[in-house]
Write a protein that binds this ligand. Structure first.
Ligand code: PMP
Length: 407
């Protein structure tokens, strides 16, 4: 693999080519959502122009075409995650719905006093569904601690596992700090203790291929919009035995075999977990995004992302009064930082005035930011591989200027 042709990649993203307040857009909010390549925009548009119909129900040609495309998307997700069967791929709205599905459905198999283990590094999407379950049936939540660098303290994990442990649920990559967690290692610990494991993969696939069988996890979640696909579509991967065993999440059309007022027979998975009309065009866009993603030169991308991270880290650290929050050894190019005497929100506004899109605040991960001494949150610059080293320099110049204006 040679050097990544970033210009050629950028050319495929129409939204990147614009000015904001007279300055070229520097889009550094990729952990919130990524921009979409032409092939995704085109796939969604082509569906609406030619094939739009509801799926699984119609005998007519358009419905058959829509169904075929929807199911082709499921097969592409299977390939992209290296799952063993398409039945293991459940389409949902995104990671939030995927985890709520597990908390609700798997939650029905739990009793008061059963234990769920999460970590201090989680997004609220992997905290609040478990707290709701705790309020409903008095499960116990246990928390894997984080180190001051923002890494999981895995040495503390075995002692948290007891005979009441029912699930370990952790993220693959932290959206707030960029930490890449050793999920295969955590899954191995879980397996050694006979505890199933869920991986919140919202930030995983955007930065490289994922293999759920190599990780050896029971559940894995995706959000399409963070992986160059439309919003409102995501995936819950679950090992087949779970999908057979677990009760349905929502009831409605398309998830049943037979219905009378006395009894219901559910359809087999994945239909059992997909009540109602799904985000058909979203799944079709996801298919396009994942095919495109699979064809990328990943060794070259990883080298480029490492260069973005290294350059941004060095240049930001050189700014007086700036502290990078989250300095894990293994990171994706996410730079979360605070500046002495400046509120993250004010920095964010001053960066936007210079064309630079970042996110400010708590990044839906309040516990870890509190713990790491950033109670007002951080400024987060999150890079994708379509970002350039010049954009790192633009960020650094703009932060200097913002800092100067606020002092
Ligand atoms: N987990 C992580 C690690 C995330 O980054 C996000 C999105 N910020 C979510 C869960 C929730 O994803 P969504 O909003 O797409 O449901």
């Amino acid at each position: 693999s040679l050097k990544l042709d970033v210009a050629a990649i950028r050319n495929q993203f129409p939204a990147l080519d614009q000015t904001i307040q007279g300055k070229p857009l520097v889009y550094l909010d990729n952990a919130a959502t990524t921009q979409k390549p032409e092939c995704v925009i085109e796939a969604v548009s082509a569906f609406y122009r030619h094939d739009n119909a509801n799926i699984h129900r119609g005998v007519h040609t358009l419905s058959a075409r829509a169904t075929d495309q929807y199911e082709a998307a499921r097969e592409q997700v299977r390939q992209s995650l290296n799952a063993s069967a398409t039945e293991e791929i459940v389409f949902v709205r995104g990671t939030t719905e995927a985890i709520n599905l597990v908390a609700s459905s798997f939650g029905q198999t739990l009793k008061a006093g059963d234990e769920i283990i999460i970590s201090a590094l989680e997004h609220h999407a992997n905290i609040v569904p478990w707290q709701l379950l705790k309020q409903r049936i008095s499960i116990t939540l246990k928390i894997i601690p984080v180190t001051p660098e923002g890494e999981l303290d895995l040495g503390a994990l075995p002692a948290l596992i007891t005979e009441r442990s029912r699930l370990i649920a952790v993220n693959h990559v932290s959206n707030a700090l960029g930490t890449i967690n050793p999920v295969a290692q955590i899954a191995a610990i879980a397996k050694a203790h006979g505890v199933p494991i869920l991986i919140d993969g919202a930030q995983g696939l955007p930065h490289g291929p994922v293999d759920v069988r190599a990780i050896d996890c029971d559940f894995y979640t995706l959000s399409g919009h963070k992986t160059f696909a439309p919003s409102g579509v995501g995936v819950l991967y679950a090992r087949r035995p779970w999908l057979d065993e677990l009760p349905p999440y929502q009831g409605g059309g398309d998830m049943i075999e037979t219905v009378s007022f006395e009894a219901v027979r559910y359809a087999p998975p994945p239909a059992k977990f997909e009540a109602g009309t799904p985000n058909i065009e979203g799944a079709i866009g996801l298919n396009a995004a994942l095919q495109w993603h699979a064809a990328l030169d990943w060794p070259a991308i990883k080298a480029h992302e490492a260069a973005l991270l290294a350059h941004a880290t060095t240049a930001l650290e050189a700014i007086a009064g700036l502290r990078i929050v989250g300095t894990a050894k293994n990171k994706v190019p996410v730079l979360s930082f605070i500046i002495e005497g400046a509120h993250p929100h004010d920095i964010g506004m001053l960066l936007d005035a210079q064309g630079i899109a970042v996110r400010t605040g708590q990044h839906c991960a309040m516990p870890v930011l509190q713990f790491l001494g950033a109670p007002q949150g951080t400024v987060r610059a999150s890079f994708a591989f379509y970002n350039t080293l010049d954009e790192v320099d633009a960020l650094v110049r703009a932060v200097h200027r913002a800092q100067h204006m606020l002092s």
